[in-house]
Design a protein around this ligand. Sequence first.
Ligand code: GLN
Length: 549
Amino acid sequence: MTKHIFMTGGVVSSIGKGLTSASIGMLLEARGLKVRMQKLDPYINVDPGTMSPYQHGEVYVLDDGSETDLDLGHYERFTHSPLTRDCNYTTGQIYLSVIEKERKGLFLGKTVQVIPHITDEIKSVIKKVGEQDVDVVITEIGGTVGDIESLPFLEAIRQYPLIAGKENCLFIHLTLVPYLKAAGELKTKPTQHSVGQLRQIGIQPDILICRSEKPISRDEREKIALFCNLAPQAVIEERDKDFSIYEVPLSLVSNGLDEIIVKRLGLTTQSPNLEPINEVLHRLRNPKHEISIAVVGKYAEHKDAYKSIYESLDHAGIHHHAQIRIGRIQSADIENEGPECLLSGYDGILVPGGFGERGVEGKVQAIRYARERGVPFFGICLGMQCAVIEFGRNVIGLQRAHSSEFDKNTTDPVICLLDEQRKVTQVGGTMRLGSQQASLHPDSRSILAYGTSEIAERHRHRYEFNNQYRPRFEAHGMRIAGSSPDGKLVEIVELPDHPWFVAVQFHPEFKSKPTKAHPLFAGFIEAAIERHLRLVSKSTDPSAEPANY
Ligand code: GLN
């Protein structure tokens, strides 16, 4: 019988439910259990892919091409749970499905209502994930208890034990226990209110996880337990972790969370194997190198807009025992202040994906700087397209080289709309999405990094390298290092004469893990470390070879 864990959050948003859910997934896997992760988002949008990164951070893309909430990135990085379209639903998608059924006449003319029709639909999407070969499904409910929008989801999970059996369901509630400086103490009242609201709906949490910046004393835990109708050992402290998110699962273990979960669900398991996550932390705490990478993007000020990129850089750092200092550079600032001023001192430059014209010229300038100075460069999706534009303009001499996304009338559309996109009229879920195969050039940095000639990577784009320009780019020294198996779509470009210049049409950042860095990120960071060491030896030994190639 599949077990279900439902994770809700209270008091404030952004409390770390995604990370905590992912950590629980990791801990259960460490005990040898098969876990599936799922997130239900209360917002109405049907296509999370069209949401602004300012509001929701990055859009996370799965192998099957679904565009999902960034918490699914935590799930993939922390667990081995296979993720598909069924692992992320929004209120809008649930309603759309119910409305489509109603229009097909499946409700036989009955009045369609939130209870039972919407709640039944929600229960069916939870059930579907639990039907596969799995021991535990962890379903995270987005939003905060008390929001009007999340009520149908909460009602559905309240009903869930009625179909799955009470003994197979566990409710975990994550709250904040704030520290009031003026009073010099932790405050438990918001947690009491939040649990009170849950109990009004009919959900009694089995476990309470309390986020807090200070240690929660035994007395405070007992007080929370009493008010919230729980045993004191079911009140688990989750202290803020400043050093690394990978500390979270270990701190939950030391507070007994995994122990109480398996006990309450009646699961017999091995004791947790925490070796891999301990090794990750060991490497993070004992770096042999320290390097800095500039990420030049449109949304640099927003820490979640390039979440998976930042994580993947850290993973590559873990792989090479290097601490990575990330400089988040606003590409529009480069247009005003110049690349020299903002980029000198970095050991590598990365230009991530993106949409819209703002800051594109700054990205092009950053890439020129990296190309001319021999600074390791990694371009991703729009970053690759900008690398092609830059090379077209400054190496081949096509002054108006551009993407037709930004200049419809350019005489040199070196980046143009994909053929399959020409008839597309709707914006939601219509890009070239998900896992696609690519074949690598036998003489390329990419094949060296991957160690294989056939790869599959996740995509999310409408524009592509314009094949009409291919001969000219190749004649001027740009290598097409990867293309779709039919040879029609350019997937990777490289500059063989540069220390490390690789730009890809896909999104490698969605396939990197702390325990298994993505090969291209690992290659990029290796090149950045080499440059760093060369610069250090040059500054201490004047006879050393020049830093720039
Ligand atoms: N805007 C570009 C395109 O649609 C790049 C997309 C991206 O970077 N994800 O092709």
